[in-house]
Design a protein around this ligand. Structure first.
Ligand code: TYM
Length: 325
């Protein structure tokens, strides 16, 4: 199967990104044809520092590789290097009603967060995402829960296009992890873990051991003292248990048993220790790769060359069907 997914180069990537998405990619690349993309054109739809963007792209690429992305097995590139993404997005924009974009949860949330008037790019964000997916005829799109609605919209766009111009696009399916599709903020377990929620609310993959410990010890918990998974009554502990389970590869039941009779503090200390251990290899690899600029460039250039061939083929078909050539 063809798999496509992307990640914004928006500074530090966190364990939500890792558990919700990157971890799946690493597994999927073993069995499918995978295309992974650093979506810089998406990253500029909210306020950003142009002077930082190239560094953020490099950092994101390094983290992908440190997490286990294998450029021999997957195609890996930067979105803006393939202009067909923007071109297809423009064309798809002609068949999607504005109303469908206005009802997107992420648009509503982000436009509210931004006090200044939201830009058209933010509204059109899901069209570009649909273009990313459809350009490569992807059948499977591994993402976290927050991107599910956008993948569904991509399906809707594919359906509309195929109906109007004849079968052109594959129907992409969303691929959510069974557990970890929505890791919550450490400071507010009713909201998803996101960079925009503030530094204390997420663990970055490159956080120092000291920072990891501090953030976990300060994580918001719930009334009572039992270590028990109960999303309704104990959203804080349930989120921490989910993180523990995914990093330790132990079931929730096993962990509950292990911490029976122990308090939140003991549990948090163990979780901090576990994260420190599991994130250590990222840091080591990241340091190694940071010194290999040329190697990194070669991987991304090579990826873009392979992606270009696929993108051009779809664009040609789309342009023909739409009467542009
Ligand atoms: P982005 O960069 O916000 O996030 C990258 C991936 O991480 C997942 N994620 C989470 N998963 C679980 N818990 C969380 N708290 C959490 N926070 C983030 C996201 O769901 C995502 O899978 N629009 C996309 C990038 C994109 C894309 C695409 C994805 C652009 N084009 C095409 C798939 C296909 C985004 O901004 O993700």
């Amino acid at each position: 199967m063809k798999v496509f997914s992307g990640i914004r180069p928006s500074g530090q990537l966190h364990i939500g990104n890792y558990l919700g998405a990157m971890r799946q990619w690493i597994k999927l690349q073993e069995i499918h044809d995978c295309i992974f993309c650093i979506v810089d054109l998406h990253a500029i739809t909210t306020p950003y520092d142009p002077g930082e963007l190239q560094k953020n792209i490099t950092d994101a690429a390094i983290i992908y590789l440190a997490a286990g992305l294998d450029p021999e097995k997957s195609i890996f590139f930067v979105q803006s290097n393939i202009e067909e993404h923007s071109e297809l997005a423009w064309l798809l924009g002609t068949i999607i009603p504005v109303g469908d974009l206005l009802r997107m949860t992420q648009y509503k949330e982000k436009s509210q967060e931004l006090r200044k008037s939201p830009k058209a790019g933010l509204l059109n964000y899901p069209i570009l995402m649909a273009a990313d997916i459809l350009l490569y005829q992807a059948e499977l799109v591994p993402v976290g829960k927050d991107q599910q609605q956008h993948v569904e919209l991509a399906r809707e766009i594919a359906r509309k296009f195929n109906r109007k111009f004849g079968k052109t696009f594959e129907m992409p399916e969303v691929f959510l992890p069974k557990m970890g599709a929505k890791i919550m903020s450490l400071q507010n377990p009713r909201k998803k873990m996101a960079k925009s929620e503030g530094k204390e609310s997420y663990i970055a993959l490159l956080d120092s051991s000291k920072t990891i410990k501090e953030k976990i010890m300060k994580a918001v918990t719930d009334p009572g003292k039992e270590i028990k998974y109960d999303l309704q009554r104990k959203p804080g502990i349930s989120n921490l248990l989910t993180i523990y389970s995914l990093f330790s590869e132990k079931s929730l039941k096993e962990i509950e048993k292990e911490f029976k009779g122990k308090g939140y503090e003991d549990f948090k200390k163990s979780l901090a220790q576990l994260l420190i251990e599991k994130l250590e290899p990222f840091k080591t690899k990241q340091k190694e790769l940071s010194k290999k600029e040329e190697y990194l460039e070669k991987i991304l250039d090579g990826g873009a060359k392979k992606a270009k061939v696929l993108a051009q083929s779809t664009m040609k078909e789309v342009s023909q069907k739409m009467g542009l050539i």
